[in-house]
Design a protein around this ligand. Structure first.
Ligand SMILES: [Fe+2]
Length: 345
């Protein structure tokens, strides 16, 4: 490939004249912004152990009252982006959030989309758009762009969840902001019950719901049951995976990030092909060895790891006698909408 001219090859007074006029020569930076064959991601394969995070998060509960934190979160920051950027990947933010019994995280809404994956504890809830969503281990709760949400805790033990947001992308677009609100009135009805049966949706007097987000709480027991049924019916060679979708449209639950649950059969090894989006893995039950190019991570329950795009990822269930269940988040909806989604052989 032809070597291109460098900035140092140009006379300094010429470069200086350009700079004064807010002009930049492209060719010294061209290979950087358009590298050959595949991108050069800042996102590094990185793992975070829950046994490391948990005591530090509980310590944050002692050090900082909820009123001083609003959201008591330790961000899982990818060193490849620089920790201060608080990014797991180009478009994904990950945070472990702690809510203690009796605490309340006030109502607000914001432009970034969020979901929370419940990691431990019972008795807490998120109220989203007036719908009270109880939190149990493995549940997925959506707080999509623009919807009011707040968290409360009527239980007796600390509750921890993993937040996944598209904050880095929305911030990069200079479209990130929030608005604080009043405590929400709770409306009756639980959408996850109305949509719990496959193939039927509510249609009062023939009317389909026109809500952008008809379902906000995806209980783990339902997703887990779906995976187990699939595992019984599918051949051993097939991957046992579900996508969290909008039950009215079948589309991804949110606009920018995608969310999935994967079951690894006892002893199963599964290689996911190199795809353009970065991907996050969080162990709900069991344990998994994850290989991302030369790097290997050994994850147990509640551990989290992230892999850059355009790299194959191999997952191996550590257990020979029981399944492992993994929650995944990725940037597929964004890549598909932008027309850059790719799967490589
Ligand atoms: Fe929020």
């Amino acid at each position: 490939m032809q070597e291109l001219g460098r900035l140092e090859d140009l006379p300094t007074d010429y470069v200086e004249d350009l700079r004064k006029l807010n002009l930049v020569p492209l060719w010294p930076s061209l290979r950087g912004v358009l590298p050959p064959l595949k991108p050069r991601p800042n996102t590094r394969a990185t793992a975070w152990s829950y046994s490391d995070i948990r005591p530090l998060l509980l310590k944050a509960g002692e050090l900082t009252p909820i009123e001083k934190a609003e959201r008591r979160v330790l961000v899982l920051a990818n060193p490849g982006h620089g920790l201060e950027k608080m990014q797991a990947s180009a478009a994904m933010y990950l945070g472990m959030q702690l809510l203690l019994p009796g605490e309340w995280a006030p109502s607000h809404r914001h432009t970034p989309n969020a979901v929370r994956m419940i990691v431990e504890g019972e008795g807490a809830y998120t109220t989203v758009d007036g719908e009270k969503c109880p939190m149990s281990r493995g549940d997925l709760i959506l707080t999509p762009t623009g919807l009011w949400h707040e968290h409360g805790h009527d239980g007796t033990e600390p509750v921890v969840w993993l937040d996944v947001l598209d904050l880095p992308l929305v911030y990069y677009m200079e479209a990130s902001y929030h608005i604080n609100g009043e405590r929400q009135a709770v409306k009756p009805g639980r959408a996850e019950r109305a949509y719990a049966r496959g193939g039927v949706v509510p249609t009062p007097v023939f009317e389909r719901s026109h809500k952008a987000y008809p379902m906000l709480h995806y209980p783990w027991k339902e997703a887990r049951a779906a995976l187990e049924s699939m595992a019984e019916d599918q051949s051993q060679a097939e991957a046992v995976q579900v996508t969290y979708v909008n039950p009215e449209t079948g589309e991804d639950v949110e606009n920018i990030l995608g969310f999935y649950a994967l079951m690894l059969r006892p002893g199963q090894t599964l290689t996911l092909p190199a795809r353009s989006p970065a991907c996050v893995f969080h162990v709900i039950e069991g344990g998994v060895d994850i290989q991302v190019e030369e790097q290997r991570f050994s994850l147990v329950e509640a551990d989290t790891c992230c892999a850059p795009g355009y790299t194959a990822v191999t997952l191996r269930n550590k257990h020979a006698n029981k399944p492992t269940f993994i929650f995944m988040a990725d940037e597929s909806p964004l890549h598909r909408k932008l027309g850059v989604y790719e799967v490589r052989a």
